[in-house]
Design a protein around this ligand. Structure first.
Ligand code: NAX
Ligand code: K
Length: 537
């Protein structure tokens, strides 16, 4: 499913009305009835105050008021303009409502906010329809105070489209805004619904199909999607009776250094659990006895090292030869490599030489920071999996610049360097060399613990090793890893979760993904859908 900006949504609304010929008032009614159906099934109480602004978001609110009234709710409306000042569909809805016994309090000045506060205090819940996608600047003066009064009331707030004061196009907070328990949005989620910190104030997100088709070719602008199971094009291959281990690929993990022997092990075991037929770690020889002790199914190939327990330049030729001549179908380079200058030189040269599909992670990425152009010369499938700090070193952007719009910076980098980027954070973004982005909304903060990135690199490596294209391997790998993290947290708590648990819960995640029925009807989501249902996890 698309994730849109306010302008893209306006274009979609306009085209649906003008080209398809669905009247705006129908879209507004669909929107309002979607909000009401969420209220009906999710919100306790039967008295509501609907706070309406003077644009179409307010128009939605007025239609919500009528629909709630029709269901028997006790409804009062606060409207920030005279009915005569409204326009178009919002005005029609205000005129209709004014003929019903629903009190409409016109409130335009701060002095009236005491009265508003007592109205709110007497209601069971509030519907916030002050601003939607039309917010142009931070809420100030009267509007700022109105929003503060809503927040101070302590009542359950259902936001229409977006909590008023949040700006649709960014996860950044631009000013005072409503904090909602539930947000019901229309058509498609907006960036603010998905990206932090704004998404923290949205509450439970529902998306209503208001009759705007997803595939209208006239949405220009960057292709930005939620990472949903439907977007994940990959399905595991059937395991034929005559399958053998090489049928499912052989992943090589190049990494490890003194003090960091766990990282390649987690990557290699993650790869096996994600379905790889074979998995081998290629490690500094002086550490090999440790690997031999730790590993059971995973094999190890020791390579002469600096004798201080990390790879140096003398290992370049040997490792390159092992990879070139071995039956490896994918390579993961980076887990636990360490950051010695000679190790970085090893990593750069190895990456330059390697012709197999590869995942570059951790210190493999740090090694590229001084010469990222190495990536441009790669012709095979390449996926880089930086966290924010690694991406900052690689791209030269500050962490603040990255966090402002991770989907945009990841997309720019992927296009410029021709690689698939998995930019890891609480909202991991997969960006393709064509510039498409997929934002992951599953997973949990319990996964912010050492080693989870190593597991992810192994999972993605396994998929690449099965011959899956980089984009699908990255998307499916991120999805599966997050789902395993959620299943692990459910059983073990977020606090206790550690990286190896994700490996242990991969089987459950694979089972869930395989069990999910693929519905033959495209976009066959119900009329009103919770974010989690959309994602399919
Ligand atoms: N046909 C459509 O376009 C549809 C629109 N829908 C609703 O319409 C909304 C968008 O409506 P609008 O474009 O009318 O915009 P909004 O209703 O979001 O708000 C715009 C109004 O607030 C004013 N405004 C903006 N920022 C302000 C600020 N900081 N301080 C004070 N005033 C400010 C604007 O001048 C305008 O009057 C969507 O969020 C959605 O709720 C839905 O009804 C579905 C169909
Ligand atoms: K709103």
């Amino acid at each position: 499913m698309r994730v849109t900006t306010a302008e893209e949504m306006r274009n979609l609304d306009r085209e649906t009305i003008e080209v398809l010929g669905i009247p705006g008032i129908v879209l507004m009614e669909n929107a309002a009835r979607g909000v009401v159906s969420v209220i009906y099934s999710k919100v306790k109480g039967n008295s509501a105050v609907i706070v309406c602004g003077k644009g179409n978001n307010g128009g939605d609110g007025l239609a919500v008021a009528r629909n709630l009234y029709n269901l028997g709710y006790d409804v009062e409306v606060v409207l920030t303009a005279e009915i005569e000042e409204l326009k178009g569909d919002a005005k029609i809805n205000a005129e209709v409502l004014s003929k019903l016994p629903v009190p409409i309090h016109v409130v335009k000045s701060e002095s009236q906010l005491i009265e508003v506060y007592s109205l709110l205090k007497n209601a069971d819940f509030i519907v916030d329809a002050i601003f939607g996608t039309g917010l142009q600047r931070p809420a100030e003066g009267f509007y700022k105070s109105l929003i503060e009064v809503i927040n101070k009331s302590g009542k359950t707030v259902v936001a229409v489209d977006i909590p008023s004061g949040l700006f649709s196009d960014t996860g950044e907070i631009i000013g005072t805004h409503v904090t909602a328990e539930i947000t019901v949005t229309f058509g498609f989620p907006k960036i603010a619904h998905i990206m932090p910190p704004a998404c923290n104030y949205v509450g439970e997100l529902y998306v209503v199909d208001i009759s705007i088709p997803e595939d209208i070719p006239f949405i220009l602008g960057p292709e930005r999607y939620l990472l949903t199971l439907d977007e994940v094009a990959f399905t595991y291959p059937e395991r034929d009776v005559m399958s053998h281990k090489y049928t499912f690929g052989h992943v090589a993990v190049v990494g490890g250094s003194a003090g960091k022997t766990g990282a390649p092990v987690m990557a290699a075991e993650g790869a096996l659990r994600a379905g790889a037929g074979l998995s081998t770690v290629i490690v500094p020889a002086s550490l090999n006895p440790i690997f031999e002790t730790k590993l059971t199914e995973v094999m190890s190939i020791p390579v002469p090292d600096t004798s201080k327990g990390h790879f140096g330049i003398e290992a370049i030729e040997r490792v390159s030869k092992i990879i070139a001549e071995g039956k490896f179908s994918a390579v993961v380079v980076g887990p636990g490599l360490g950051n010695e200058p000679e190790t970085f030189e090893f990593a750069r040269e190895f990456i330059r030489n390697c012709k197999k599909p590869m995942v570059i992670d951790a210190d493999g990425i740090n090694a590229l920071a001084e010469s990222p152009e190495i990536l441009k010369a790669k012709t095979q499938e390449v996926i880089i999996t930086p966290h924010i700090g690694e991406f900052s070193r690689l791209s030269g952007l500050s962490k603040e610049e990255i966090l402002r719009a991770p989907h945009e910076v990841a997309s720019e980098f992927a296009k410029e360097y021709g690689v698939t980027v998995v930019l890891k954070s609480g909202r991991t973004v997969v960006a393709t060399p064509e510039g498409k982005t997929y934002i992951n909304v599953i997973g949990n903060p319990g996964m912010a613990t050492a080693g989870t990135g190593d597991v992810l690199s192994g999972v993605i490596g396994a998929l690449l090793g099965m011959g899956v294209e980089a984009e699908d391997a990255a998307k499916f790998g991120v999805f599966l890893h997050s789902l395993a993290g959620d299943l692990a947290a459910e059983e073990l708590t977020q606090e206790a979760l550690k990286a190896c648990d994700i490996i242990d819960f991969l089987p459950g995640a694979i089972k869930r993904v395989k069990e999910r029925e693929v519905n033959p009807i495209r976009h066959s989501l119900p009329f009103v859908t919770h974010l989690r249902e959309i994602v399919g996890a």
